[in-house]
Design a binder for this molecule. Structure first.
Ligand code: UD1
Ligand code: MG
Length: 405
């Protein structure tokens, strides 16, 4: 490792140890808990991507195994607090706040698996879960506009605001500072609102970009790896024990360990399903890293596929057009290959039309044509990797275009 600060380096090595332990514990416990969730827990589901296969069609796959990776993650970090934060109350408070928010969301995810929650709970409760983070937030509330974007808020070569800049400056709590080379928007309390929305978005976005084996833990692992790469690149450049990037890396390393183990069981043909427990746990853990690591805008770049999937889904999510219970892809009975799934809509002339479900998964299938489930997962995760690499590049490229403030 090339991290200049020896204490920081030691802390990262400890976290790598926690990641390895998390991987091992999750691999050992998933088989044990799969029989329990199917048995007493009565939590299971049919693998809808195997409808063409008489041997697998009626097999019930254990559901909600994200609870195992989640508990392993929480347990390890609670133990980790002993090592990282003994004698450092501020660091202890920060990590405990993260664990509080993540635990709350994991509980909500498990409730969703058992009780099938309504949408209103899925939107309001992440907001509650994000509050401890907002109380503790001590990072910037500003957005620095690079030189080439200054024209949006200020007239060229002068201090006068453009109509958009003027409008922003009118919002209570917002200030627009003009510099000769750029501009700084201080969003004040609105930045906290933005971070709450980020938590709501991250938890739900992973859950609705789902339905084929390996995709839920796969996308989470790719995003977490991109975050980790960003953190390490920052730490190699310098930083002490209080660095927000070190805090984020401490969350992301064990998260990657437990998620990799879960992914191994969820790849096609899936031995277990991860459940909403995992989707909410993963989304909140990633959101916490972004908020406490002070890189919430970079995080949005890594979520590009999820943002596209969400925006494209809006007509179905808000019931402008019908939304079936499951929007996951269909299977061609003859070939076993995946095809876009559809919904029926009544047109104004009384006839009905069949349209593709509005998900990025079905859109990609429309472009590639019928492919195997495992191939589809690989294509979608490939898109995620490209989005994350582009995000890392943009973060470090754009920072050279911003003024020093
Ligand atoms: C979300 C999606 C839904 C999608 C579902 C699949 C929205 C608004 N909701 O609903 O369209 O169909 O996720 O996860 O977009 N399953 C598989 N193969 C997999 C994963 C899941 O067949 O690889 C099936 C299993 O029957 C499993 C069930 O999906 O039991 C889990 O669905 P659940 O997570 O409860 O669906 P939602 O999150 O409500
Ligand atoms: Mg789900």
């Amino acid at each position: 490792l090339w991290i200049p600060n020896a204490e920081v380096q030691r802390s990262v090595i400890w976290s790598i140890g926690l990641a390895a332990a998390g991987f091992a514990i999750t691999v050992m416990l998933i088989p044990v808990f799969s029989s329990m969730t199917l048995g007493r827990g009565n939590l299971g589901g049919r693998d809808l991507g195997k409808r063409h296969d008489p041997a697998r069609r009626d097999t019930v796959i254990p559901e909600s195994l994200g609870i195992v990776s989640g508990i392993a993650f929480l347990g390890l970090l609670i133990v980790g607090e002993l090592v990282f934060t003994r004698g450092r109350p501020d660091a202890y408070l920060e990590l405990s706040t993260a664990l509080l928010s993540i635990t709350f969301m994991m509980l909500l995810g498990f409730m969703d698996d058992v009780l099938d929650l309504k949408w209103r709970y899925k939107l309001v409760l992440p907001l509650v879960a994000s509050m401890p983070l907002l109380v503790m937030y001590d990072g910037a509330t500003t957005i620095v506009l690079p030189r080439f974007m200054r024209f949006l808020v200020a007239e060229a070569g002068s201090q006068s605001l453009t109509p958009l800049g003027g409008l922003l400056a009118l919002v209570p709590g917002v200030s627009v500072d003009r510099h000769s080379e750029g501009a700084v928007l201080d969003l004040g309390v609105w930045y906290l609102v933005f971070m709450s929305l980020l938590a709501i978005f991250c938890t739900n976005a992973i859950n609705i970009y789902a339905g084929i084996n390996g995709l839920e833990p796969g996308q989470s692992l790719v995003i977490a790896s991109a975050i980790l790469a960003t953190n390490l690149l920052e730490l190699v450049g310098g930083g002490d024990l209080e660095s927000p990037h070190l805090h984020s890396a401490r969350l992301m390393l064990p998260f990657c360990g437990v998620t990799l183990a879960l992914l191994a069981f969820n790849l096609s043909p899936a031995a277990v399903f991860v459940g909403d427990t995992f989707c909410y746990f993963a989304g909140m853990t990633i959101a916490v890293a972004g908020i406490q690591g002070h890189f919430s805008k970079t995080l949005l770049l890594f979520f590009a596929p999820q943002i596209i999937n969400f925006l494209y889904s809006v007509p179905q999510l808000f019931k402008v057009v019908p939304c079936p219970r499951h929007r996951l892809p269909g299977v061609d009975a003859a070939t076993g290959l995946m095809v876009p799934s559809t919904y029926e809509i009544k047109l104004s002339d009384g006839s009905t039309a069949t349209r593709d479900n509005m998900t990025l998964i079905c859109l990609v299938l429309r472009i590639t044509g019928p492919i195997k489930e495992a191939t589809l997962t690989r294509v979608l995760l490939g898109i995620q990797v490209v989005a994350c690499c582009a995000g890392i590049w943009l973060r470090f490229a754009l920072s050279s275009y911003t003024l020093d403030v």
